[in-house]
Design a protein around this ligand. Sequence first.
Ligand code: SF4
Ligand code: FES
Length: 249
Amino acid sequence: MNLKLKIWRQKDANDKGSMVDYEIQNVSEHMSFLEMLDVLNEELIEKGIEPVAFDHDCREGICGMCSLYINGEAHGPDRRVTTCQLHMRKFKDGDTIYIEPFRANAFPVVKDLVVDRSAFDRIQHAGGYISVNTSGNTQDANAIPIPKDNADMAFDAATCIGCGACVASCKNSSAMLYVSAKVSQFALLPQGQVEAKDRVLNMVNKMDEEGFGNCTNTGACEVQCPKGISLDNISRMNREFLSANITKG
Ligand code: SF4
Ligand code: FES
């Protein structure tokens, strides 16, 4: 395949940035999207041009590092896949592909396609953990019965990889899907009950403080989430938040 690429280039956080045109030849349909960008970067380096900066790590759909808005969609046109698992067979010869960073006030651009998603880390630090009794009396986790439905829902919530596609897809730049997944994975399990009330209050407050918008139930986040995190988690978080506010507030 021969493709035209329109890629967002931005030197640093203070640069205005703009779309720049590139052409790439002989792209195999078996390449991943990031491998295609690797080939482009090798060509740019050979020509003495600064390569395009983009985030990646595992390239297996599990770490949450890759991002990219591809033809107007977070993680591109495929469903339930991350950019690193998106394959070039989803495009056809002669296509023009627009590649931009995830955009949100709370995710400032660092360079080119790399954005700073450390706001997610700070939300996680505000409450995304449990305390475990290590006094010598530790209870065997398998000795605590958990209803199968709850275990399954907690597991589903825990598959959130923290990529930020939900924020980038939301017209309000809301982080509710991400935060609700992190709250739900503990709210559904006995191990998460000790800090449950503080957790939801602290994480929601941090989310607001970091400048993410509110949820208006558009549902774009759920559609674009590569892990299929359900909007049900947002409902659960709202119930947890309300109940924690009544009890603690
Ligand atoms: S909820 Fe989905 S889109 Fe949002 S950070 Fe988690 S995995 Fe990514
Ligand atoms: S690089 Fe790890 S999820 Fe894409």
